[in-house]
Design a binder for this molecule. Structure first.
Ligand code: GCV
Length: 678
């Protein structure tokens, strides 16, 4: 087996004419590859075979060959997922993986270059991933629905026939980004997930995904020992319960030898957990970790917890988890949403990042647009992800970014990981909106290399998905880069949050009042608008949430004069005439932000209109239709929020803000029928 490498020669450029590209979007960012794959190296070779740029390539993991051909190259420390790209003289580029998986990632690197700016003349590059585990979390239910999914039904559950071909495409798409794990079911997990019948389905999926380097994981329901196993309790300290989990884990590994581990939502939003038995999150997580440890499985224990009794929901995760720092076993990672509330268009980063020093912490980002217009709005999320990952927590001095506090650079961590809540369903284009594919893509690229900029990722994705013509790529990169801020502006600028209707998270209902509803699910709990002012006082004079951040952030956030304007109403309740740095009053500033958001979306639509020559008709029209919806939704948001706040403060709109086209009473009557998507 000395010469397990393989040479390829070809001579045609890869850039396909627009008309030849898949108009449905089902190919995502990849060229077609019909090769039936049984091994990762074969897949890697078939992928580079599609690179037609007169460049002979070598794809290998053969150390002997490398020693014979590379000059004094030390490969000993090449990790299993790492790869080298090296020009070998002549036109030859070698792709050398630390294992077949590394070689596969190297092959996709070249493919990306070939489809984008073109292959380089010379390669001398070494890559290794920022995080050890790079995971998608599917919130897919066993009945085939997807919680917060806006792209059709589940690709995993409730189809008569297993979707082998689709799963292969899914595996390939993820491998092309370096995503190496997937949680197949909703964190609101049914005990049925661990039944024999379901586990056999999991085995089927795992077998299909394995050649793509994608490991499977499952969300579990904490009361499974009682609900499924018939035990009288699910108390994590009960011997019978511990034995039940060990048996169940053994059964899983017999079916799926490379099973990744469990994701757990416990004692949150009504789900069972160790606190039901007077035990802590650590007791619960450690029991599972112990069962998984012999197989090298891990537990991702979510910190998304809150109760209606808390005066400030944003504080609870920190309050509950900080006292447990250092109490978790080595194979537990605490999974923390990017912000302290819940995936809002803008939140400060969760104060748990950087604060937990003796427990590995991983970020959970949301790719599906639960709070950002579903798959109707074009919102490129990489700037949001980047804002969180690049935020300086100051927990171990300047430069203690969220990325460094989670990727093992700041503290020693037994494991590192990052997760994104998937936006994938059975829709032909996978994600509902063609541009929502970019959010899956961007998550994967950042998980691989957390230092990439959202702008370069946008460019890459546009080139591969549409065309590399600069008359398309440049304006569209700009459009994508502005889209998230536009969404913040037309929905909830200046730190406002959760102004959504109760029951779904699509449209605005800042007035929403539901008798009997949990107070922390109602918009008025978050905006606290009254005759005098608006905003949630989380300063030291209010809920004290600012104290959960390290200095100098604590003081910066605590004082409205130094708090960034983007977050000012997150941390402060301020009078309507509060003078902003720009000299305008808070009310004027707020009105202008809503207006700016609206005009940005109109500008986005105008830009898209000019892109017709570069895009196939089907995708052009589909995006156009959705941009039209986005324009009218932005107007709806602006009118609903400003008219409602005006009904409270009685102030006129500034002269340069276009008057509302709706009437508040009419807006209040809008009821969306979104029972499947809420
Ligand atoms: C999966 C929010 C969402 C829920 C989600 C929950 C969570 O509350 O609206 O749909 O449940 O977060 O992340 O657990």
């Amino acid at each position: 087996m000395r010469r397990i490498f393989h040479r390829l020669f070809s001579c045609v450029a890869i850039v396909a004419p627009v008309a030849a590209l898949a108009a449905t979007g089902s190919d995502l960012w990849l060229p077609k590859n019909e090769a039936a794959t049984t091994s990762m190296l074969d897949l890697a070779r078939s992928e580079v075979a599609a690179i037609e740029g007169c460049t002979p390539l070598v794809v290998t993991v053969d150390e002997e060959w490398v020693k014979a051909n590379f000059v004094a190259e030390a490969l000993d420390d090449l990790g299993a997922e790492d790869y080298l790209l090296r020009s070998m003289g002549g036109d030859t580029v070698a792709v050398v993986g630390g294992s077949p998986r590394g070689a596969l990632y190297g092959a996709y690197h070249l493919l990306r270059d070939a489809q984008g700016t073109g292959l380089k003349r010379t390669y001398d590059e070494r890559q290794s991933p920022s995080y050890e585990r790079r995971l998608l979390n599917h919130w897919d239910n066993l009945d085939g629905t997807v919680e917060r999914g806006y792209a059709g039904r589940s690709i995993w559950w409730q189809r008569e026939e297993p979707q082998i071909d689709l799963w292969r495409q899914y595996g390939r798409a993820n491998a092309s980004l370096g995503i190496n794990g997937t949680v197949l079911n909703n964190v609101n997990a049914s005990p049925e997930m661990l039944s024999r019948e379901r586990l056999e389905q999991v085995k089927l999926i795992a077998d299909v995904l394995r050649p793509y380097g994608v490991q499977v994981y499952l969300s579990i329901n904490f009361s499974s020992p009682a609900a499924l196993g018939g035990l009288p309790t699910s108390d994590p300290l009960d011997k019978r319960v511990r034995r039940w989990w060990k048996q169940k884990v053994k059964e899983i590994y017999a079916l799926v030898p490379d099973f990744g581990g469990f994701l757990v939502k416990a004692n949150s939003e009504g789900l069972p957990g160790p606190q039901d038995f007077g035990r802590s999150h650590a007791d619960g997580a450690n029991m599972l970790a112990e069962a998984l440890a012999p197989y090298r499985g891990i537990v991702m224990w979510r910190a998304f917890v809150y109760a209606p009794s808390e005066p400030d929901r944003a504080k609870q995760a920190y309050d509950e988890f900080m006292p447990l720092d250092g109490k978790f076993l080595d194979n537990v990672i605490v999974q923390v949403k990017n912000g302290p509330v819940d995936f809002q268009p803008r939140e400060p980063f969760s104060p748990l990042f950087g604060a937990m020093r003796q427990t590995p912490v991983m970020a959970e980002l949301q790719i599906t647009q639960e709070y950002l217009g579903f798959s109707n709005h074009l919102v490129y999320l990489a700037p949001l992800f980047e804002e969180c990952l690049d935020a300086d927590t100051y927990q171990a001095g300047v430069g203690s970014t969220v990325a460094r506090a989670t990727d093992g650079n700041l503290y020693e961590q037994s494991h590192t990981a990052i997760a994104g809540v998937a936006n994938i369903g059975l829709d032909a284009n996978w994600c509902g909106h063609h541009f929502a594919q970019a959010n899956w893509y961007a998550f994967g690229r950042l998980a691989w290399d957390v230092t990439l900029s959202s702008e370069e990722i946008a460019r890459e994705w546009l080139c591969q998905t549409f065309t590399a013509e600069s008359a398309f790529v440049e304006p569209m990169t700009e459009l994508m880069m502005r889209s998230r801020e536009a969404c913040v502006d037309y929905m909830m600028p200046m730190g406002l949050h959760h102004l959504f209707a109760w029951g779904h998270h699509y449209g605005p209902e800042p007035w929403c009042a539901v008798p009997g509803a949990r107070p922390d699910w109602l918009p008025s709990y978050y905006h606290k608008a009254d005759k005098e002012g608006i905003g949630f006082d989380r300063s030291s004079r209010g809920s004290g949430a600012t104290a959960q951040y390290a200095e100098p952030l604590r003081s910066r956030y605590d004082d409205p004069a130094t708090c960034p304007e983007e977050l000012i109403l997150w941390f402060h309740h301020l009078p309507w005439d509060y003078p902003l740095a720009s000299g305008q009053s808070l009310w004027e500033g707020l009105c202008r932000r809503y207006e700016r958001g609206l005009s940005e979306v109109w500008a986005m639509r105008a830009t898209w209109q000019k892109m017709r020559p570069y895009v196939d008709a089907e995708r052009f029209e589909a995006v156009n239709r959705r941009l039209t919806i986005q324009c009218s939704d932005a107007l709806w948001w602006k009118d609903a929020c400003l008219l409602y706040f005006q009904s409270i403060n009685g102030l006129p709109f500034p002269e340069d803000v276009t008057p509302a086209v709706h009437r508040l009473e009419e807006l209040k009557k809008i009821r969306l029928n979104m029972t499947h998507h809420n």
